[in-house]
Design a protein around this ligand. Structure first.
Ligand code: AMP
Length: 250
């Protein structure tokens, strides 16, 4: 991926697990046990912090013990539907000298990557569970290709932009998740969100060079029936350091 796989840079399974076990023992007798029965916690990825494994991407903030990089997102339900398009788009950029990389863990972000303190994880995920269970499932569609850079302009992304109808549902999710982020004094999402699923990325700011090909890219997209089908979205995912949580929609 773009932002998502990048989160593995911040989670240190060994030190986090040790810290977790210590804190859990201390807290057990003091705190009421939250109801997380409906939250699925997936097995963690193995920790990786080798720049060679993520094409030399730079950390945008340092790894500090106790800080957990956090992203809430909608996972692409069918990555195979995108593969054909990805190959065709990569071919368009064979003339650009810079190497482009396919994004892994395709997703649509509904938060920026924020930093959560370790001791807030349980209450944060409980709050997410509460607000997300009240939101209905929806159909996700894409209609155009768009180019983005990250805020630091160290990376450029080619992405599928969510269509107008999907945007309505995604805004509903962002509005609710933003309320939770505000409760935790964390930065909220973009004031004018442009919902997208990044599929290719480059190092540096290549937006102008890539935009020269935008009509060609949209012509290719228009021929891709698989991408134009609707994807049924039934859950929202959250990656917290090296842990994955899933929250089911209504
Ligand atoms: P993502 O694939 O979700 O990591 O998004 C790729 C990049 O798009 C992120 O680094 C965002 O900072 C950037 N981006 C720029 N403008 C926007 C916007 N209006 N809404 C959402 N993401 C944006």
């Amino acid at each position: 991926m773009s932002g998502l796989s990048y989160l593995c840079d911040y989670g240190d399974s060994e030190e986090s697990e040790t810290e977790e076990s210590r804190i859990t023992v201390k807290e057990k007798s003091k705190l009421p046990v939250p109801n997380l029965t409906k939250v699925t916690v997936c097995p963690p990825d193995s920790y990786c912090d080798d720049p060679r494994q993520h094409h030399g991407r730079l950390r945008t903030f340092p790894h500090i013990r106790g800080n957990w990089a956090t992203l809430v997102y909608i996972k692409c339900p069918d990555e195979s539907a995108i593969l054909d398009l990805l190959c065709k788009i990569k071919f368009v950029f064979k003339t650009i000298d810079e190497t482009c990389y396919p994004c892994d863990n395709l997703h649509i972000s509904v938060t920026k990557t924020v930093v959560l303190k370790y001791h807030l994880i349980t209450s944060f995920t409980t709050s997410l569970q509460e607000i997300i269970s009240g939101i209905e499932t929806f159909e996700l569609g894409f209609d155009t290709i768009e180019v983005y850079t990250n805020e630091e302009k160290t990376r450029t992304f080619v992405a599928l932009k969510a269509d107008h109808l999907s945007r309505k549902f995604l805004l509903r999710i962002v509005e609710k998740v933003d309320n939770v982020l505000e409760d935790y004094n964390l930065p909220t999402f973009y004031k004018e969100p442009s919902f997208h699923m990044s599929i290719l990325w480059w190092k540096g700011d290549l937006k102008d060079a890539i935009l020269k090909h935008i009509d060609e890219l949209n012509t290719i997209l228009a021929q891709e029936k698989e991408v134009y089908k609707k994807f049924c979205i039934q859950k929202v995912d959250c990656k917290l350091g090296n842990k994955y949580y899933q929250f089911h929609l209504d």
